[in-house]
Design a protein around this ligand. Structure first.
Ligand code: HEM
Length: 493
């Protein structure tokens, strides 16, 4: 009996003790370099600072306390929280070739071939294949789809008002629009995201909403803690499993359908005028890569855009004067004119409002880059390969050294002239900068502007007594979300 207990203790305690000693040694990493930071503890490192707070609040506090470089640890991995614009420029642009890495997770199978998780030359190759699918001209060609989605949204909002249900949570109706757009775009599927008479929801909408709400924080933390080789064996998935399966199956059938069509026609084109996203991707990418990236585009484009729209609705309800200026500008664009998208993208005040919303409420509150080789920054700091650089976007965009009165919503900051004269480079980072900029940046801006174009001239967005001031954020992983973004809708006269 004693023998068995001793063996058990040895097999559990010995590896733990070795790990503990290893971690203690690693924890001196930043101290040796003279970089300040919070005290790490075994086994989570400084991840505990993210508990009981939103990621945005935790990083804002840490950067205020320790400065522009904060030494942290994701479990035993060194992380440098960087808010110095010059260093961010190096990471994104001038030393980008040394920062083509991302944090190595090994999620479930479908995530393996996603662009977001590719590194180095693999990333470069895949990005160059997928970039042509997202050119501005290809996105602009979506104008008909956008107007169908815009009209469906306003019809729904009209109905809500007629039924006396005009106090709505902004995320609840923003999500209907983004679902409508993204399902058509990525899955070439016309869904019915709007509530049906029978109260039932279609599968697509049901699983899409579950995908973003049922995220397992425990699994996510476990992924951060485990070494890469264990992650590779376990292939954990923090996202909702049923939703992952649903969208994987949908992608498989879609990719199969278009591959067959391509084979049958014996040429690259299926002969139609407007090609579907999957068709365009199949023109120059392997089937397995298309499969993963269809799911990625859906995930990356759905929640982020919904979040931005929700904050915009909240902001405009709190600032009627800004709303009115915006409506005046939007009215200058002729509805349904063939070139309305082009005209919309050129509106200065609209652009300024959207950019200021992205500053105050960046949907992605931080992003990481991993050094693929040893790097020495211009300031003299050297870091070894595999060090993680984390950019606290929310903190940078709320720092009064970068933006005077950062808690005031002021679109003037982003009007032409003011940007060049008053704003430093690399302090506005909602989509990242440089070659690894968000793939869907233009699409997201277009979607948001179309939403405002259809909604604002028809409805006045008013303040709801249920909406918290200031905004309260949900404690979630990376994506900033509001808890009670209520607004009141009234028909505009
Ligand atoms: C307001 C909306 C959006 C915001 C704020 C946003 C933000 C971001 C950020 C911060 C990243 C870098 C993430 C990282 O490296 O950890 C990213 C990457 C990416 N985004 Fe977006 N995004 C938005 C909408 C979209 C849309 C609509 C799409 C759909 C096409 C999209 C597709 C992607 C893809 C594919 C990547 C990976 C790019 C790469 O690694 O090369 N995003 N986005």
């Amino acid at each position: 009996m004693y023998f068995i207990i001793s063996i058990l203790l040895l097999t559990i305690l010995l590896p733990l003790t070795i790990l503990y000693i290893q971690f203690r040694q690693r924890f001196s990493f930043w101290k040796k370099k003279g970089i300040p930071g919070p005290e790490p503890s075994f086994p989570l490192g400084t991840l505990t600072y993210y508990f009981n707070k939103t990621v945005a609040e935790a990083e804002d506090e840490l950067a205020h306390k320790f400065g522009t470089m904060v030494g942290m640890f994701d479990a035993g991995d060194p992380v440098l929280l960087v808010s110095d614009p010059k260093m961010i420029q190096e990471v994104c642009v001038s030393k980008f070739s040394s920062f083509m890495g991302v944090k190595a997770f090994s999620y479930a199978h479908i995530f393996h071939d996603m662009l977001l998780f590719k590194e180095g030359s693999d990333w470069k190759k895949q990005r160059s294949l997928i970039n042509p699918v997202f050119t501005t001209s290809k996105i602009k060609a979506l104008h008909k789809e956008m107007s169908v989605c815009g009209q469906r949204l306003t019809t729904y909002l009209d109905k809500c008002i007629v039924n006396g249900n005009n106090e709505l949570k902004a995320p609840d109706f923003a999500v209907l629009f983004t679902l409508d757009v993204i399902s058509r775009l990525t899955f070439s599927t016309e869904i019915e995201p709007y509530p049906r008479e029978d109260g039932k929801e279609d599968n697509f909408s049901f699983y899409a909403k579950r995908f973003t709400t049922n995220v397992s924080h425990l699994t996510y933390i476990t992924l951060l803690m485990l070494p890469e080789w264990i992650n590779n064996i376990l292939s954990l998935n923090p996202f909702d499993h049923k939703s992952t399966n649903f969208f994987t199956q949908l992608s498989v059938s879609l990719v199969d359908k278009y591959s067959q069509l391509k084979q049958e026609s014996g040429e690259k084109s299926s002969g139609k005028k407007t090609k579907q996203l999957v068709e365009l991707m199949l023109e120059n990418m392997e089937k397995k890569d298309v499969l993963s990236n269809v799911v990625l585009i859906f995930i990356a484009g759905f929640e982020t855009t919904t979040t931005l729209l929700s904050f915009l609705m909240y902001i405009l309800s709190q600032h009627p004067e800004i709303q009115e200026t915006l409506v005046e500008e939007l009215n200058s664009v002729e509805i349904e004119n063939e070139n309305y998208i082009e005209a919309l993208m050129k509106l200065d005040y609209l652009e300024a409002v959207v950019q200021e919303a992205l500053r105050m409420y960046p949907p992605v509150v931080n992003w990481d880059r991993v050094a693929s080789e040893d790097v020495t920054f211009d300031c003299g700091l050297s870091i070894p390969a595999r060090t993680i650089i984390r950019v606290p976007v929310y903190h940078i965009q709320h720092n009064k050294e970068n933006y005077p009165d950062p808690e005031v919503f002021d679109p003037q900051r982003f009007l032409p002239g003011n940007i060049e004269n008053n704003l430093k480079s690399f302090i506005h980072l909602p989509f990242v900068e440089g070659p690894r900029v968000c793939l869907g940046k233009y699409l997201a801006l277009l979607e948001v502007k179309c939403f405002l174009y259809y909604v604002l001239p028809k409805f006045v967005i008013k303040k709801s007594p249920k909406a918290p001031v200031p905004m309260v954020f949900e404690k979630s992983v990376k994506v900033l979300k509001s808890t009670d973004g209520y607004v009141i809708l009234e028909k505009r006269k």
